[in-house]
Structures are given as C-alpha cells and as structure tokens.
Write a protein that binds this ligand. Structure first.
Ligand code: AMP
Length: 421
C-alpha cells in the first residue's frame, strides 16, 4: 500500500531541525521582551471577511491565495494568510486600547497562502510577527526596524539589506494613484491580464507584479515619494534620521509598495542575496488606518513579519549543534540486568538526567554501537554476573575511560559523575 504524503507546499519540520527553530525563537523572544513586546496567541482560523477588509480585495493574497471554505454551510472561514489582521481583531475585541494606549504585541506561528511552491515559498510557512499599536511617532518606526535588525544580526544572518519607502497617507496617496493610473492608461496591452484588471481597482498593485513586461512598464512610472504631503514627507525624514542614530544602513526603494493594502507611510523589507528569487526575509510597515477600517477607533500601528523558513535556510547554525544526545546510555545483558536498567533509567530521567536504555537484549557490542550512534556521553554497563557481584561498569564514551562502580547508591554515584562533568 502506498503511504500518504503531506499536502503539496506543506512541510514537516523534523526533529533534526527543531533544535535550531527553538533556538532562533528563543533569541527572538528575548529581544522582543527587551523592547517591551508581549506574546499574544491568536487562532489560525478567522472569518474570511477579516482578511478581505484588512489586506484588501484586490491583493494577490485575497484574490487567489487564501484557503477559504464554507463551514458546514454556515459562514466563510479562512486559514490566516498573515497575522496582523488577527492581532488587530483581538486588540479590538478585547478593547485592549482601554487598558493601555500603547500595545506592543508579538506572535509566532503558521500562516497559509496557496502560492506556487518553490524554494523559499511554501503554502504553510511560519512567521514571527511584531505589532506596535497606539503610537505614530517616527521614532517608533525606527524602533521596530532596529529591533528587527538586531534580531537578524544576533542570529548571524549576513549580507542583509534594509530597504525602506513611504506609501503616503489617505491625503497624498490619491494624487499618486491618479498619476499612476494616467501613466498606465494606454499601456494596458503591455501589461499582464492581472495587472490590466488591477489598473481600475488598485494600480499600486502593478508594482508587485513579477512579470517581465509589467516590471519594464512600471520602471518608468511616477514614484510615490514625489507625491508625499508635507506631513508624510516630514515623517519619512524623521524615520531616516532616527535610523541614522543607530547607524542602521538602509536604501530607499521607491518601488517597494508591499502586497497588502493596509500599509501607509513607512514600509520596509529586509532582503538578502542568499535566498534566490524569494529574497525577502522580513517585511513590514505602518498601518495607521487599519484599526479604524476594522471598526475600531483611529489608532495607528506599525509591525513586521519575519519568514522563519527563509531565515532558517540561510542561518549559519548547523543542525548538529542543537541535537541533544543522551547523557547516559544503559546497556544491559540478561534478565536481571534489563530489569535493573529499566528501573534505573526511568528513575534517573525523573531526576533530570537524559537517559536511554537498550530494550533489544542484543549483544553488548551491538548495544554499545547504539550508545555510540546516539553520541551518549556516558554508558552504564549492566550484566547479570556483575549484578551478583553488586557492581557495574561505567564508561566515559568521550574520553574512552572505564571504571567499576558499586550498585549501592548507584543513582547517586551516576548523578555525581554526570552533573560534575
Ligand atoms: P509578508 O507577510 O508577505 O509581508 O511576508 C513577510 C515574510 O514572510 C516574507 O519576507 C517571507 O520571509 C515570509 N513569507 C511570505 N510568504 C511566504 C511563503 N509563501 N513561504 C515562505 N515564506 C513566506
């Protein structure tokens, strides 16, 4: 019978890999805590309406990438394609702004987008999301970018490029949109089908298109930075100044509009050459209108998402560094020895010693081979004859030395040696 495999674009994270994931998440939690961010855990399933209203109906995500289904004929639900919408929903539902006008929140978990799978692009992938709600001071834009860059540097990701842009606000974006529509008018036949449709709905989306022809057309298009109102211009200047205070190198990329409609003012992305076509490790931006659009008060926000699969694929840490070999392996030959091994093994585990034992009853040679394979630091060798003599052999597998130890106070003796090493 054939085995059932995982769904295309959905990946297992194997035990050999999870150590690295846990380590990277631990560093992220540490840095997020230093910046005052607290964890929020939101559901992975939300009402479809939430994403339509926040991410935008004319975005790739909402148009063609969401896993949406009708729940028993009742209502449309969607596996979350990103976390900001869910966090803002929770923020509003629990009236968090009434407890504190500023909320710094983060979450780590899976996202779902039905994109074409390729290297660095999966249908289930994981993100670390950080969201800062309640402040529109340009220093907070720099603060979240600084936090992101510090994290990426702490986990030794090299050749990072930070790109920033400003998308303006509801005051200045309409004039840019108009200029862009005018520019694209008459060039429809050079654009792909999707972009032709997008011109009317949301011409900014043409900037996201990966089609060669569309890229060529958009290359000469008007740029948002030339349309910013004085308020947005000042905000952007001050973000750049604040980044300069921390000597964070950045590049202004006026073509980076990001694929979600809710962004306003600052947007940013961190890219690296090590990733191939899918070169973004992290991205984010300000979304000052989102809370209001979702039915809440006029509260500003800014946040980012880091893609964990991409991050881990370029992390210099080796999987082996995170394997946790047993401290002790118990080899037991004979019935009495096996019985004693079983009891000692589990008692030592309850006392905090990582212990493995053999259940096969095979030859000593084969049991020691397994101890070696597991890279156990020590091995306890029990034989029925030795038990009669009230003794056992204790081997330091790393040093290759061996000593005879008594069975009285066996666990105490082992703990002393293992914890002392
Ligand atoms: P976004 O939410 O689109 O701004 O994406 C933020 C980050 O999530 C990106 O920079 C990627 O690192 C990661 N990401 C987005 N989509 C995928 C995907 N389909 N597979 C793997 N990682 C992704």
């Amino acid at each position: 019978m054939e085995i059932i495999t995982a769904v295309r674009g959905f990946k297992d994270i194997l035990p050999t890999e999870t150590g690295k994931w846990q380590y990277i998440e631990k560093i992220a939690r540490e840095i997020l805590a230093n910046f005052g961010f607290r964890e929020i855990r939101v559901p992975i399933l939300e009402k479809t309406e939430l994403f339509k209203r926040s991410i935008g109906e004319s975005t790739d995500i909402v148009e063609k990438e969401m896993y949406t289904f009708l729940d028993r004929g009742d209502e449309y639900l969607t596996l979350r394609p990103e976390a900001t919408a869910s966090i803002v929903r929770a923020y509003l539902e629990h009236v968090m702004y009434a407890q504190d006008p500023v909320a710094r929140l983060f979450t780590i978990g899976p996202m779902f987008r039905r994109e074409r799978p390729q290297r660095g692009r999966y249908r289930q992938f994981h993100q670390i999301n950080a969201e800062l709600l309640g402040l529109d001071d340009p220093r907070t834009d720099a603060e979240v970018i600084l936090m992101l860059m510090q994290f990426l540097m702490r986990i030794e990701i090299s050749d990072l490029h930070l790109q920033i842009n400003s998308l303006g606000c509801t005051k200045c974006r309409p004039s840019f949109r108009k200029a862009l529509s005018d520019f694209l008018a008459g060039k429809e036949d050079r654009l792909c089908k999707d972009c032709q449709r997008r011109i009317a709905m949301n011409p900014l989306r043409v900037f996201d298109c990966k089609t060669t022809n569309c890229i060529e057309v958009i290359d000469h298009a008007p740029q948002i930075l030339n349309f910013l109102c004085p308020g947005c211009m000042d905000h952007f200047t001050r973000v750049k100044e604040a980044l300069g205070m921390f000597a964070i190198a950045f590049e202004v990329n006026p073509k980076m509009v990001r694929g979600l409609d809710y962004y306003a003012k600052t947007t940013f992305e961190v890219v690296t050459e090590h990733l191939g076509a899918q070169n973004a490790v992290a991205g984010g931006g300000r979304y000052d209108g989102l809370v209001k659009d979702l039915g809440g008060p006029d509260i500003p926000g800014i946040g980012f998402a880091i893609g964990l699969e991409r991050l881990i694929s370029i992390s210099p840490f080796m999987d082996e560094k995170f394997l946790m070999p047993p401290q002790l392996f118990i080899a037991a030959i004979g019935d009495k020895a096996q019985k004693l091994a079983f009891s000692v093994c589990n008692r030592l585990r309850t006392m905090g010693i990582t212990t493995e034992m053999d259940y096969s009853g095979k030859s000593l040679k084969s049991q020691m081979k397994r101890a070696d394979k597991l890279s156990s630091h020590y091995a306890l060798i029990l034989g029925d004859r030795e038990i009669l003599e009230n003794k056992a052999e204790f081997r330091d597998m790393q040093k290759g030395t061996q000593e005879t130890i008594g069975l009285d106070d066996l666990e105490k003796t082992i703990i002393k040696i293992v914890k002392g090493s």
